[in-house]
Design a protein around this ligand. Sequence first.
Ligand code: HEM
Length: 367
Amino acid sequence: MDSAESAGGRLGAVLSAPRAGVVALGDRGPWLATTPAQARQVLTDVAHFDFPADVSRSGDLSASRGETRSGHLLFEPLTPDQVARGVATFARLWPESVAAHDRDAPGEPYDAMRLLRRPVARSTCDALLDHASEQQRDTVADGVLAWIDALAPVISAARAPRRWSRVRRDEREARHDLEDALAQVDGLPGTPQQAATMLAAGIQVPIAAGSWLLAWLGSHPSYDVEPAHAAWETLRLTPPTWITARLTTTDVELGGARLAAGSVVLVSPLLLGRLAELVPGDPDGLAGFDPDRWQDETRRPGAWLPFGAGPHACPGRNLGMAVLVHLAGWATTHRVRLAREVKIDQSRGLAPLPCRFTTAVGGGGSR
Ligand code: HEM
């Protein structure tokens, strides 16, 4: 597997930044918080560090004119019932997705990012859309996946695409189709626009996280591993939301530096997950996948903030973890193995490109 440590682009710049104080990544920022205390300050002090308005381009706010989302809706954390419903759907649909591949492409390696789409989309829809019919959930799940696909070229474009460009129009159309489908559903979490945002966040990120989990376990095939430890270790080494951005609303002090109003400040769970103070085990081995390190209970898994922190922390974290733990259990009993070298796709969060794997137990033509 390609390692984050040898990656170029923004990932390389963040990982090679000095790990003290707040660091300017360019002449005039963005600024990078490099300690857990600074990261917490940025994520919890929403009066001074606000959400950028254009979240679709988070991490690259070079075109930002300083608009923030102050005063917008906070999402309620999922209830235990919602989590139970979501993970039950995932547990039912994941083997179906694997079996469909065995039918359609026997002997071909599985593609994690593809296989996970429907089980994750339906799992999140079932968790959130209590009052929707089966058919509505199917329509909405397909609509979210179509919107996520249409958003990809908007996010990964080197420069923000123009308002009337083809990619913007396709994205708008997909978003409107989804919002129309959501408008038919009773008891939505918020308006159709807000529900669409929540569903997209709750589907795109777990698909990438699940794919990374299979990639890590597939490159350590004989691992007799505790599923929760494998899930945490995956979220430590390759958190899909590896960087998040805030804009300062006023002049503010951070880590001894004075930042002007309108500065972009970045927090990176991926960087924090490589700090020896937060992670047990040999400080020289922190770039390696070692789920057993979490048997040492002197450090709390998640202290590197793979689900964020503060009022905008992930409301779906319990469902995300439950799905990953389920998938890790499946991967170890089926002896997942990587079939191809994995590269790191940084175009939109972090995703494995591709994660093609086989299983030694149970999979049709996949041996
Ligand atoms: C392993 C799976 C997941 C990971 C690693 C993850 C990670 C994150 C992170 C890091 C944030 C904070 C981003 C920021 O501060 O800018 C976030 C926010 C969010 N997540 Fe998740 N997430 C996961 C699963 C889910 C699920 C299952 C749902 C919904 C059911 C969900 C819904 C959301 C929403 C709506 C937000 C935005 C919160 C806000 O803006 O106030 N996530 N997630």
